[in-house]
Design a protein around this ligand. Structure first.
Ligand SMILES: NC(=O)c1ccc[n+]([C@@H]2O[C@H](COP(=O)([O-])OP(=O)(O)OC[C@H]3O[C@@H](n4cnc5c(N)ncnc54)[C@H](O)[C@@H]3O)[C@@H](O)[C@H]2O)c1
Ligand SMILES: O=C(O)C(=O)C[C@@H](O)[C@H](O)[C@H](O)COP(=O)(O)O
Ligand SMILES: [Zn+2]
Length: 374
């Protein structure tokens, strides 16, 4: 087992990473302060992992465990569905010491964290997708979508422990696995050139679910994310956390513009990353070979590098204008600048170049790019 610490003073927490960790209940239990736990999961994950998770919690007979099972899908990451969690918590008369435990991917995690933040209770995370194991379980960004914008309602609320059982990835569909790799590639591009080079050599091993390669990619991703979060927990305007948003301004526009769910988060981020790399190249901030390497690695990871044909330049522009990184009315983007592993968060770029990028990608998509396949 590997442990990565997220260093946030008195709110620091460990990420445990290993195969079969759900069978080691004491790892979870030792971080549970009270006597009661509410497991939040969804209808897909419950039949796969709920019993194992309950066993891990119940085996020493000291905890009382309740559960709430949400519908599955990005389209249910909404304030209405979140009420089911609070309803259950109140029905069960959960007390102050109750721990909320998210068992699932990024959607379950973001919703459980936000439910816990509002209910003023602790939260634990057992992430079961690549996306959640390499990114969303770490760092305390929680929340739900709004029809007009992705993750627009939320809070920062850190978990007390993250238990990554890499064995849970065995049941993950291929398309979801690829989606998570989008964020793995992100770490290489924004801050970890050797990791990007490792991914260029090992991406097929990850797609084939080679356990050693998966464990390495999860650990390296968590180390990267933990370092960024420790340096800038709340994404200050001058801080480093916004770099984790590479490709996301374009990607979130795709997710919102397609009504949530048609494109997976990682797919939208992949197309967005290609667009950010294209703009960086047009601005003269990276050389052509870095653009080519970025697109090539995304494609090899079976991710889309063009937006859906339904997205127009105007749709992109109006959705990107409500991005959370907009400051004093000015759009800020994460762009690659310099050699591999370097990026900037900036609003200081020629808007005509952004227009060129949008026009280029919208035209290429309209010319018949394949949609992500399930
Ligand atoms: N908070 C953050 O920092 C952060 C970071 C990245 C992504 N996110 C958010 O996370 C969400 C995407 O997360 P995701 O990709 O995990 O999607 P997800 O939570 O929708 O899970 C993907 C699908 O896989 C299923 N699933 C989960 N684990 C499984 C398993 N082990 N076996 C079989 N099926 C399984 C789920 O039921 C779902 O159908 C988005 O809403 C995104 O905005 C948040
Ligand atoms: O943790 C972060 O910070 C990130 O930006 C990670 C992203 O991968 C993730 O998709 C996050 O939810 C985006 O946050 P948002 O604030 O742009 O909605
Ligand atoms: Zn993301």
């Amino acid at each position: 087992m590997k442990t990565v610490d997220v260093d946030l003073g008195d709110r620091s927490y460990p990420i445990y990473i290993g195969a079969g960790l759900l069978n080691q209940g004491e790892l979870l239990r030792k971080h549970i302060p009270g006597k009661r736990v509410l497991i939040v999961t969804n209808e897909t994950i419950a039949p796969l992992y709920l019993e194992r998770c309950k066993r891990a919690l119940l085996e020493d007979g000291k905890l009382q465990v309740d559960e709430v099972i949400l519908p599955d899908g990005e389209e249910y990451k909404s304030i209405e569905v979140l009420e089911k969690v609070w309803d259950k918590a109140l029905e069960c008369r959960l007390d102050r010491g109750t721990t909320f435990l998210a068992l699932g991917g990024g959607v379950v995690g973001d919703m459980t964290g936000f439910a816990a933040a509002c209910y003023q209770r602790g939260v634990h995370f057992v992430p079961t997708t690549v996306m959640a194991q390499v990114d969303s379980s770490v760092g305390g960004k929680t929340g739900v979508n709004h029809p007009l914008g992705k993750n627009m309602i939320g809070a920062f609320y850190q978990p007390r422990v993250v238990l990554v059982d890499t064995d849970t990835l065995a049941s993950l569909p291929d398309r979801e696995l690829a989606s998570g790799l989008s964020e793995v590639i992100k770490y290489g591009l924004i801050r970890d050139a050797p990791f990007f080079e490792w991914l260029e050599i090992n991406i097929e091993r990850l797609l084939a679910r080679d356990p050693e390669a998966i464990a390495y990619a999860v650990e390296r991703s968590c180390i990267n994310k933990a370092e960024v979060v420790a340096a800038d927990e709340r994404e200050s305007s001058e801080g480093v956390r916004a770099t984790l948003n590479l490709g996301h301004t374009f990607g979130h526009a795709i997710e919102t513009g397609t009504g949530y769910g048609a494109w997976l988060h990682g797919e939208a981020v992949a197309a967005g990353t290609a667009m950010a790399a294209d703009l960086s190249y047009r601005l003269g901030w990276i050389d052509r070979s870095l653009y080519d390497r970025t697109v090539s690695l995304l494609k090899r990871a079976r991710l889309p590098v063009l937006p859906p044909p339904s997205m127009t330049v105007d749709t992109f522009k109006s959705l990107m204008a409500v991005d959370k990184k907009v400051l004093a009315g000015k759009l800020r983007l994460i762009l690659l600048r310099g050699p591999l592993g370097n990026c900037v968060v900036t609003g200081d770029f020629d808007p005509a170049k952004l227009e060129e990028t949008l026009e280029h990608f919208v035209a290429a998509a309209a010319a018949g790019a394949p949609a992500p396949s399930s």
